[in-house]
Design a protein around this ligand. Structure first.
Ligand SMILES: *Cc1c(COP(=O)(O)O)cnc(C)c1O
Length: 393
């Protein structure tokens, strides 16, 4: 069965009515026949049929045993960290999502959980950084915003040898392009806000566990802490998943064409896209992903915040906004937006240069997108040239 057929038919027809669309069970509680005697649902924080349908679909998509849907990607990450206890350590990819960094550093540090940030693109660094206290390895691949690629299968082997859990944030690749559990990961998380939802109209997160036991632990945490996804948002994610494979394939095709165009553009210095043969660890991406996704980053020859600002303020179709993975193309300037709170030196050292621009390539016609970014780059060059002449005079 092809992937598209599998995904579309993982969404069940309602057994009660035959409804082809999944029903939204907008309820807080369920009537019981006798105390404790019910149809598998007692209270909607613990379980809701619409949410449960989404959880089963995503567990199947990722090849896991059990999934739990949360109110945001960060709530999903938070639930995974709660598997640990005071004194435990996390070994995390250094180019980690900013919100995960904030959660680890500003919330969990005070509960005695330590995080070692490591350049996981080189497997040897992972091996070197494991300590007897390491209980969880946290990977993102590709990362945000420099699209770093780490070898999931090799790192999973190291994790197993040391009896450490491996969690992969699979938000950027989506289950269509990458299946971390098949490569040995224990847990996968998603910001379903991005490609799973796919329409920039909701905030959601999912944790998928490779084993029933881990899945039960996450489910316990979810019920105990309460950051559940609402029935309506669960339904919206299911609706997004109906077109997931179609969208992700087209995001990838569009991004590949845009990246190839930008790689030869005179205004551009570095380009980060795993689908380019020049990208560090492109071979690993090609091995573990079936496509390279919709996110591209680049820096400008004129490496200033002003030059980047001139680009991001002059596009017509690429809208200036945080987030990614939606139908409409977006772009952002991490130095002044997502990474503004990081001190400039530290930010630059992690690869987020002053002029770095991140694109989330959408589903518009790719020629229109290329033309749009090209005219913005030309305008930016003119603006910067005019400013430097003015300074000179
Ligand atoms: C957006 C994002 C998150 C956080 O998800 P929210 O839904 O915004 O809470 C986590 N990881 C990655 C890679 C993301 O892009």
């Amino acid at each position: 069965m092809s992937n598209a057929t599998k995904i579309i038919h993982s969404i069940p027809v309602d057994p009660l009515t035959g409804s082809i669309a999944v029903p939204i069970y907008q309820t807080s509680t369920f009537v019981q026949e006798a105390p404790g005697e019910h149809k598998g649902f007692d209270y909607a924080r613990s379980n809701n049929p619409t949410r449960e349908t989404l959880e089963k679909i995503v567990a199947q998509l990722e090849g896991g045993e059990r999934a739990s849907a949360f109110a945001s990607g960060l709530a999903a990450i938070d639930a995974v960290v709660k598997l640990l206890q005071s004194g435990d350590e996390i070994l995390a990819v250094d180019d980690i999502y900013g919100g995960a960094f904030r959660l680890f550093t500003h919330i969990y540090a005070k509960f005695g959980i330590k995080v070692n940030y490591v350049d996981t693109t080189d497997v040897a660094n992972v091996l070197d950084a494991i300590t007897p206290q390491t209980k969880l390895i946290w990977l993102e691949t590709p990362t945000n915003p420099t699209l770093k690629i780490s070898d999931i299968e090799s790192i999973a082997k190291i994790a197993k040898q040391h009896n450490v859990l491996l969690c992969v944030d699979n938000t950027f690749a989506s289950p269509v392009l990458q299946q971390p559990i098949a490569l040995g990961a224990d847990i996968v998380i998603h910001s379903a806000t991005k490609y799973l939802g796919g329409h920039s109209d909701l905030i959601a997160g999912i944790v998928i566990s490779a084993t029933q036991d881990l899945g039960d632990q996450i489910k316990f945490i979810q019920n105990a802490c309460g950051a559940i996804l609402s029935p309506h948002d669960s339904w919206l994610v299911i609706r997004g998943i109906e077109t997931l494979e179609l969208r992700v394939q087209q995001h990838s095709r569009n991004a590949q064409a845009v990246a190839e165009y930008l790689a030869n553009h005179p205004a551009i210095d570095k380009i980060y896209y795993p689908g380019l043969a020049t990208h560090h660890n492109h071979d690993i991406a090609a091995k573990q992903q079936s496509g390279f996704g919709g996110v591209i980053s680049f820096t400008l020859k004129v490496d200033t915040e002003e030059a980047a600002k001139a680009v991001v303020c002059n596009t017509k179709y690429f809208k200036l906004a945080e987030s990614l993975g939606g139908v409409k193309s977006l772009l952002c300037h991490p130095a002044q937006m997502t990474h503004k709170s990081i001190p400039a030196e530290k930010r630059r050292a992690s690869g987020v240069a002053d002029s770095l621009v991140r694109l989330s390539v959408g589903l518009e016609n790719v020629e229109d997108l290329i033309q749009d970014i090209d005219q913005a780059l030309v305008k930016a060059q003119q603006t910067v040239a005019a400013e430097s002449v003015a300074t000179f005079q």
